[in-house]
Design a protein. Structure first.
Length: 134
């Protein structure tokens, strides 16, 4: 089942055969190797914050790079905002607190996000159950 599909990459669910734990895998063509290595390095630099997706492992073969990450199952933040009957001030403030905390963490590591938006794209927000992640 595909989570996201682009011309040089796509994301899907995967499962550790030994532990049966589920993850997300982003499979990137080697044609995008420079961009892929930059993305992996940025993900590594962002590790350690509760609201930034966790990078588990990276594998490569002759054709692809496989980026194994935490599986986020809650869907898009944008969809949640648009479909929820009401979005209370308390919910909005909790969300903003998590967002500002994650961005502050990135800034403290001399990183700038540059593409903050609630829709799912290359770098955006996903929900895991009732929490939110980059």
């Amino acid at each position: 089942m595909s989570i996201k599909n682009k011309s040089y990459s796509f994301s899907s669910r995967c499962r550790n055969r030994r532990t049966q734990e589920e993850f997300a895998v982003k499979i990137v063509s080697q044609r995008q190797e420079v961009d892929t290595q930059n993305e992996i390095e940025l993900l590594r630099l962002c590790q350690g914050h509760a609201n930034i997706v966790k990078l588990h492992e990276v594998f490569t073969d002759e054709l692809h790079t496989y980026i194994i990450m935490e599986l986020l199952t809650g869907g898009e933040l944008f969809y949640r905002i648009r479909t929820q009957a009401s979005f209370s001030e308390k919910e909005a403030s909790q969300l903003m607190k998590k967002l500002v905390s994650a961005v502050n963490f990135m800034h403290s590591n001399d990183l700038c996000h540059r593409d903050l938006k609630p829709e799912v794209r290359e770098t955006s927000f996903l929900l895991i159950e009732n929490s939110f992640f980059f």
